[in-house]
Design a protein around this ligand. Sequence first.
Ligand code: ATP
Ligand code: MG
Length: 228
Amino acid sequence: MSQSIISVENVTKSVISNDNQLSILKGISFNIMEGESIAIMGTSGAGKSTLMGLLAGLDQPTSGSITLLDSTISSMDDEQRAKIRSESIGFVFQNFLLIPSLTALQNVTLPMLLRGNEDQKNNELKAKALLEKVGLSGRETHLPTQLSGGEQQRVALARAFVTQPKILFADEPTGNLDQQTAQNIIELLFAMNTEQGTTLVLITHDAELAKRCQRTLIINDGQCQESV
Ligand SMILES: Nc1ncnc2c1ncn2[C@@H]1O[C@H](COP(=O)(O)OP(=O)(O)OP(=O)(O)O)[C@@H](O)[C@H]1O
Ligand SMILES: [Mg+2]
């Protein structure tokens, strides 16, 4: 029997913008089972990245609860959420968020260091192998500014894969890639899903990528519906 790994109950998110309250998410509920692959779709500005930030514990909902791996992250403080992130979550942001002063290789070894793996030689071997998998051998010593957008995206993917997280969140993981490179990345994502049982939560506008996932959730007008 598979178990629920992410549970979202009646989550809302409002922000104050120019003195007005903007309701981005208006009461969202769903469950994701361990090992599932889920696509999150919806028009630009619908609230997908906002939702993912809440699921990964980067931000807090205005109301409602989010449980991740048996921890109710919506009622935890920053430090407790950071611990869960570093232990169990891989994250690829829409704008990659690589550390500008670190090389590609250092960006990929960082999550292992943060987890307390200080065997630098071993960390670098792992990171190099992943950079090779995403097609970036020979770019190890480049800084993010010396990489193209698609190359930065692939460094961010390698960084998210390197700790073999239980849950991988990726916001438009193939958004900046040509069709062939996108296909390679999609194969890598689903290999993690089938070989390591990684739960995949992928935000995408790409219908092909969504089709590969077991389920698709659509965010529309602050609500969430399952596509059938
Ligand atoms: N901190 C904030 N303050 C004000 N408005 C915000 C804030 N964060 C998000 N928004 C607004 O909330 C809406 C949802 O943003 P979000 O980034 O989640 O959309 P998205 O579905 O990821 O869109 P895209 O497909 O373009 O990436 C947008 O209209 C955005 O302007
Ligand atoms: Mg977004």
